[in-house]
Design a protein around this ligand. Structure first.
Ligand code: ATP
Ligand code: MG
Length: 254
């Protein structure tokens, strides 16, 4: 498989903290690629660098061979990147459907979306947008929540709502920051199935997750970070057998 995303000697420093240090890896197109590591290892910072929230101190990020580091998030969205956040970023005073409609704005004209949200039933385009958002929600198993206010939804459904919103931007590369955090085993299973379905439909997934059962069952390859550095990279079996990984991370969770 050709690499869709390549990260080359990527570093960022906050004051004296080297949050990500000389990290290199590549994500094959079509893969489910997991990033694991202890709290504070730099996983979210790595996502923030790749998705344009932070500018690296040094290093290069390439999407299909094209350097993208330093590009703003909306431009990266147009290139086909979408993400979810470790801390839910859902507008709680809007309906579930409206939240997902906002996701589509990343690839559409902003003014049109604003108008569509302000004057319901205004235009054919607005109806299409609603339809697309509803399809993304159904895809994520949320068809019962279309008109629900987000603040009335269970946490497990909100986690999938954020994934549905990311999918509304029609990404080819999707970043999920701890999609199963705080979920019970049944909800975790639902998220795992959703991630697998997304990948089956050709979207490359990069996943940060602490749930090792989920990571080991889903990931084609795993990157292990520790103190901002790459500790190991490989298949689930390789990573699981790596003595450095066992000592630094898996041992503590066993
Ligand atoms: N904007 C920032 N300013 C200063 N320090 C930061 C910033 N963002 C991250 N850091 C620091 O970088 C380090 C890595 O944090 P990060 O959130 O990436 O860890 P993580 O691997 O996602 O951890 P967790 O599993 O707890 O989510 C931490 O020491 C954190 O305090
Ligand atoms: Mg994090």
């Amino acid at each position: 498989m050709a690499a869709l995303l390549e990260v080359d000697a990527l570093s960022i420093q906050f004051g004296g903290v080297k949050a990500v240090q000389d990290v290199s890896f590549s994500v094959p197109a079509g893969a489910i690629y997991a990033v694991i590591g202890p709290n504070g290892a730099g996983k979210t910072t790595l996502f923030n660098l790749i998705t344009g929230l932070y500018t690296p101190t040094s290093g290069e990020i390439r999407l299909e061979g094209q350097a993208i580091q330093g590009k703003p998030p909306h431009e990266l969205a147009r290139l086909g990147m979408a993400r979810t956040f470790q801390n839910l970023q859902i507008c709680l005073n809007m309906t579930a459907l409206e939240n997902v409609m906002v996701g589509a704005h990343l690839r559409l004209d902003r003014n049109l979306i604003k108008a569509a949200l302000r004057w319901p039933a205004l235009s054919r385009r607005e109806r299409e947008l609603r339809q697309e958002a509803a399809e993304c929600m159904a895809y994520a198993g949320l068809e019962d929540f279309l008109e629900a206010r987000a603040d009335a939804m269970p946490y497990g459904a909100l986690k999938r709502l954020e994934i549905a919103r990311a999918l509304a931007a029609k990404p080819r590369l999707l970043f999920l920051d701890e999609p199963a955090a705080g979920l019970n085993p049944k909800e975790t299973q639902e998220v795992a199935e959703l991630v697998r379905k997304i990948a089956t439909h050709g979207v490359t997934v990069v996943l940060i997750e602490h749930d090792m059962k989920m990571v080991m069952s889903l990931a084609d390859r795993i990157l292990v970070l520790d103190y901002g550095k790459k500790l190991a990279e490989g298949s689930a079996a390789e990573v699981r057998a790596n003595p450095d990984v066992i000592a630094a991370y898996l041992g503590a969770h066993a």
